[in-house]
Design a protein around this ligand. Structure first.
Ligand code: ATP
Ligand code: MG
Length: 215
């Protein structure tokens, strides 16, 4: 059996650890200062994507909505897939009608609806609503939750979405969520986060969707 590799710090005295830490933090601070001075952009309307196969894309998007609303900024959320069941986050966000509009415009998951024309029509109506929200100068943040799903099925065209993002008001932030974000969309974004599943209670433990955790 091979011995676990020892780190340099394993053999250091307390005083050496203090000195080592101070040196590392000094370097970190210098790197941070350099980064800040090299990028003097203070305000920019961002295009952001939460993608990947792990849990947390929609909840992180709703967290961002709460951050914006808490600062008094108007948010418009369109949910492209959800529609058939209520969710806890929707109830909370609906209690801020002056600052938040949330529309669940999907017809449920495709494997449940099994009706392609209905899905295409629902995606179209949701996108028309999204476009209006993107073009509305009052909005601070627009969230297109699960838009990657109709894109994946070809119910919406990625070029159309990218054109709208290119022509959006300069200061507007847009966050798009859903698994399998298309490469062209990722290229057009300022920020892309991919959530990777290490374990999931449904896949690995057979635990069903629970109120307050999944919806
Ligand atoms: P959440 O809404 O909890 O933030 P999400 O938006 O990241 O999750 P989706 O890709 O929209 O997840 O999937 C919808 C549902 O599928 C969620 O209820 C989530 O718990 C579940 N889910 C997410 N990742 C996995 C996974 N790797 N295996 C099984 N189920 C998953
Ligand atoms: Mg989601």
């Amino acid at each position: 059996m091979t011995e676990p590799r020892r780190k340099k710090t394993d053999t250091m005295s307390e005083a050496e650890l203090d000195a080592h830490h101070a040196k590392k933090m000094k370097m970190k601070k210098a790197a941070r200062n350099k980064m800040i001075s090299a990028k003097p952009v203070e305000h920019k309307g961002l295009v952001m994507i939460n993608t990947g196969h792990g849990k947390g894309k929609t909840t992180a998007a709703m967290g961002l909505a709460i951050r914006a609303i808490g600062n008094g900024f108007p948010v418009h959320i369109i949910q492209f897939v959800k529609g058939v069941w209520p969710t806890g986050e929707r109830k909370v966000l609906e209690s801020f009608p002056d600052l938040c509009t949330i529309r669940a415009m999907g017809k449920g998951f495709s494997w449940e609806t099994q009706d392609r024309q209905r899905d295409i029509q629902a995606a179209r109506i949701a996108w028309d609503n999204a476009l209006q929200a993107i073009q509305n100068p009052k909005n601070f943040l627009v969230i297109l939750d699960e838009i990657n799903i109709p894109l994946r099925y070809g119910h919406l065209k990625v070029e159309e979405i990218i054109t709208a993002l290119r022509n959006k008001p300069e200061n507007l932030h847009v966050l798009l969520t859903g698994r399998n974000a298309p490469d062209a969309l990722k290229d057009a974004a300022d920020m892309v986060s991919e959530i990777n599943p290490i374990k999931h209670h449904f896949r690995d433990g057979g635990v069903k969707a629970q109120l307050g955790i999944e919806y």
